[in-house]
Structures are given as C-alpha cells and as structure tokens.
Design a protein around this ligand. Structure first.
Ligand SMILES: [Zn+2]
Ligand SMILES: [Zn+2]
Length: 178
C-alpha cells in the first residue's frame, strides 16, 4: 500500500472516530419537532435565528421557503448550506410528503452554486444523517468542486456514509416510508 493511501486511510479513520465520539457526547439525537414545540425550538436554534434575521450571516439567497448562505468552514472554494425556514430537526424527521421539498432544495442549491460561479457537475451534495450533525436544523450542503476538497472534508462529507447522505438517497428512503 502506498504511503499516501495509508495516510489517507488513517485520516479517514481519525475523522470517523471524531464523528463517533461527537455523536456519543451529543446525547441522543433530538426528537423531531411537533407544531406545539416549534416556536420554543425556534428561539434556541442558531439556524432559525439566521432565517429570522437575528444572527449575522452572509445570505446569498432567500425566499419564502429557504435561506442559503456559505458554510463558515468551507470544505472547497464553494460550500453553501440550504436551510428550510421551517424548523425541521433533521433528514430522519422527513416524511414522504417532504419529497418535493428535498427536490426543491436540491434544485435551488445548484442554482445558487451557478450564480456564485460554481459548476453543479463537480459538486457534492448531502444531508447529515442523525446523530451525526452539529446543528439540529435540516440543511443541505453543496460543495464544489469536489476535486478541491481536502482529505478531512472528503471524509466528513463522504457520500452515503453513516453520517452524510445524498438527496437522491434521502428521496429513495422517503419513497419507502409508509
Ligand atoms: Zn431551527
Ligand atoms: Zn452541516
């Protein structure tokens, strides 16, 4: 095995351990919000506060349903988060009815990437899969170009791993939900 390859493996292993440890210290994945608890959660949630204009951020797109801004720790030259204005805890809380929402988020992420000068053909897209997320508010990552992602970024945002799932995979799983 080449030296580069084995160091990449070690790094992936390290990220995996970090992800595992943070999942343990994060306590159990928070429950999905009900309409009754939505407003309470909203005041405490950083991403809701950004959507409500209560926290500074560099918003690049907003409409009635979504807000898009750059990731504070970009994994490549283009790295944006598409948030739902509605507080949805995570991808595991989605139901079949949310399929059009996931599709819209995906289309919007690519449109924003283009307006920012990136190319969707080279992008990596995905949602964190619980309990592997730091902020419990549904958001889609779009990162481009993939070729410029570092080793840690590649491991953190590894497509269809235990912790990062592509929109296609999420839709596929939602289609199977009753
Ligand atoms: Zn929120
Ligand atoms: Zn994230």
């Amino acid at each position: 095995m080449g030296r580069l390859h084995s160091s990449a493996l070690r790094l992936t292993d390290r990220v995996y351990r970090i992800v595992k440890v943070s999942a343990r210290t994060m306590s159990a994945s928070p429950p999905c919000e009900s309409p009754q608890t939505q407003h309470v959660q909203r005041a405490k949630c950083l991403f809701c506060r950004i959507c409500d204009g209560l926290e500074p951020s560099n918003i690049v797109h907003q409409d009635e349903e979504f807000v898009v801004f750059p990731d504070i720790r970009p994994a490549a030259p283009h790295h944006y988060l598409v948030l739902t204005r509605e507080h949805i805890t995570d991808a595991k809380c989605l139901t079949r009815e949310h399929i059009p929402l996931v599709e819209k988020m995906t289309t919007l992420s690519k449109e924003v990437l283009v307006t920012q000068g990136g190319s969707p053909d080279t992008a990596r897209l995905g949602f964190h899969w619980p309990p592997f997320h730091s902020i419990s508010h549904l958001h889609l990552h779009i990162i481009a170009p993939e070729s410029e992602m570092g080793l840690i970024g590649r491991a953190m945002f590894k497509s269809n791993s235990f912790w990062f799932v592509t929109p296609e995979k999420v839709i596929e799983q939602l289609q199977k939900k009753a």
